[in-house]
Design a binder for this molecule. Sequence first.
Ligand code: ADP
Ligand code: MG
Length: 250
Amino acid sequence: MVASNASQEPLIVLDKVNKFFGDLHVLRDVDLSVGRGEVVVVIGPSGSGKSTLCRAINRLETINSGQITFDGNTLPAEGRALARLRSDVGMVFQSFNLFAHKTILQNVTLGPIKVRKEKPEEARKRGLALLERVGIANQADKYPAQLSGGQQQRAAIARALAMQPKAMLFDEPTSALDPEMVGEVLDVMTSLARDGMTMVVVTHEMGFARHAANRVVFMADGQLVEQAEPGEFFANPRSDRAKDFLSKIL
Ligand code: ADP
Ligand code: MG
């Protein structure tokens, strides 16, 4: 396949990325590219570097060597460029991180008004539409503590989307939820994926990986050990590490 059109360039490219915490080598020569509209699910044992990988992409973590390119921009993101990058990459964490003293709608409109300088009325309209999209428009005027975990996580997704990101990073977005609430959050993520959002998703939800991912990446000890299309990965994991991991979780 020959693709010379600029819009066909991958949105996210990691080139030989290394990260140390002191003596601990947490990301080892990580090469990864994520295409526009692609959904990449990252799996692997605890401590393998999955969160660090997400945080590095969003520049919440510096790297020691290698390069990370986002939308063609390889410059080290600092100052305004960093703020720009952060609003281009939405992030949803395990803990919902909503502002406790703001309503759900205020949580969603705050970034657009403060950072994107949207008019409050416009931000409110878009915010309500996003809450509608994640199925919690009727919770708009409540405070986070009044919502279930699943509703709070859907609000966190709406808040990230309100910044009109080019990509979304999800770091174990359902791990802190009661089991009965996992599905409603995965449904929102699946619909985002179908709508063409570029997504990097760290998750232990193999059902989501199977039906929503274009590619599964398996990490262990800071390395990308193998990556494949989900059907292929789950049917034929090649490395012993991946086989061992799958045997424990499936
Ligand atoms: P995962 O998300 O796959 O569980 P992490 O990226 O959180 O893995 O962590 C990878 C390794 O880096 C772990 O050994 C973890 O203890 C270590 N680590 C993560 N963050 C820090 C930090 N801020 N300081 C020191 N060590 C860290
Ligand atoms: Mg993690």
